[in-house]
Design a protein around this ligand. Structure first.
Ligand code: FMN
Length: 183
């Protein structure tokens, strides 16, 4: 099973990247690629840019990585209650590629984490509502509140047992898809 773990962040110390890669590591015998938005940095979407030069290669690269994956594990950083600008720009450009849905119906675990009590619930709710309109096949959602208390960076794992078990149950749903995908 090929997993694309996506951090919807361009921070070099992204907590969502840590969470996405931890969640991916819970799936046995998987080929894992972890990406963040730095890899797909491009000019901010502008109608005239699209008319003049088309969709930038970086957005096409993002789409190609989605297409090459069997499942997606995505964790979004929350900026002012919604997507980070870095993620939104990649999402916007990718949505302009002709004749494709951004997420291409790939089974997805949709997550968010933040240092605060809501754990990025605002961006998670926005994405859960919007992604299905772009080929998003959301198998489950997960938030990790109080990241700094609930994630042990040196052990690279969730330190809150209840939340860790919840994530393990949710990633098991993706593992179970392997049987279906191989058929
Ligand atoms: C501009 C800005 C806005 C933010 N807004 C929120 C917010 O609305 N809710 C929240 O929980 N955290 C907010 N934060 C804190 C982020 O959750 C925190 O920076 C987190 O590390 C972002 O995830 P990342 O490290 O994966 O990029 C904000 C941070 C910035 C820089």
């Amino acid at each position: 099973m090929k997993i694309l773990a996506i951090a919807g962040s361009n921070s070099d110390t992204s907590i969502n990247k840590l969470l996405a890669s931890y969640a991916a590591s819970l799936i046995q015998n998987a080929e894992i690629e972890v990406v963040d938005m730095n890899e797909f940095e491009m000019p901010i979407y502008k109608h005239q840019r699209e008319v003049e030069s088309g969709v930038p290669q970086e957005a096409k690269n993002f789409a190609a990585k989605i297409d090459a994956a069997d499942v997606l594990i995505i964790s979004l950083s929350e900026h002012n209650g919604t997507y980070s600008s870095a993620f939104k720009n990649v999402f916007d450009w990718t949505s302009r590629i002709k004749d494709r849905a951004v997420w291409n119906e790939k089974p997805m675990l949709l997550m968010a984490t933040a240092p605060g009590a809501r754990g990025g619930l605002g961006v998670l709710e926005a994405a859960a509502k919007r992604f299905p309109l772009h080929g998003g096949n959301i198998v489950d959602t997960f938030t990790l509140p109080f990241f700094n208390d609930n994630f042990d960076k040196s052990a690279h794992k969730i330190s809150n047992d209840e939340k860790d078990n919840e994530l393990k149950e949710k990633t098991a749903k993706l593992s179970a898809l392997e049987i279906i995908l191989e058929k």
